[in-house]
Design a binder for this molecule. Structure first.
Ligand code: MG
Length: 170
């Protein structure tokens, strides 16, 4: 099986760290997505590199990657990450994955619409935290799991739950 996997809020606990930084710089905002566009860019340009180095892994992701490798599944990481907010973003992402010993077969950056890429890569199962992304991927007949609450897709809080589900369902 070929498994497509997102990074932010799927492999890493991205939101948690961003909210900590947001509280320091913009205590009046509860969500960074509510920042005015200029402030949003300023906030990310200032903090993204630092924040990324602090992201924790979603529980069980290492075990899941190990399980997929043992099972001879292929892992294709498909992320929207790009070098827009700071220049070393792609390089740092590769280093982060390697430091955390998360081995994958392929990685694609700058993917905002992930369905086409997932289809081209013959992905059987796609895991992302955004319903909107999963809607785009599932259009191609690819089975989708949501690392978040979802009424449309099987939804999970961590990778232990996903492993349990996959061992039963697939
Ligand atoms: Mg994500």
């Amino acid at each position: 099986m070929t498994i497509g996997i997102d990074i932010d809020n799927t492999i890493t606990k991205t939101k948690e760290t961003i909210y900590e930084y947001l509280k320091k710089d913009y205590p009046q905002y509860e969500d960074y997505k509510l920042l005015p566009p200029k402030e949003y860019v300023k906030f990310l340009k200032k903090n993204l590199s630092k924040m990324r180095s602090k992201y924790e892994l979603v529980a069980g992701v290492r075990e899941a990657f190990n399980y997929f490798h043992e099972n001879n599944d292929k892992i294709v990481i498909i992320t929207a990450r790009n070098n827009k907010y700071y220049h070393g973003s792609i390089k740092d992402t590769l280093a982060f994955l390697s430091q955390n010993n998360l081995k994958y077969d392929k990685i694609y950056f700058k993917q905002s619409k992930k369905g086409k890429k997932a289809y081209k890569e013959n992905i059987d199962l796609f895991i992302d935290d955004k319903e909107q992304v999963l809607d785009n991927v599932s259009k191609y007949g690819i089975k989708c799991l949501c690392m978040n609450q979802s009424s449309k897709y099987p939804s999970f809080q961590n990778w232990y739950e996903i492993l349990e589900y996959l061992k039963k369902e697939v």
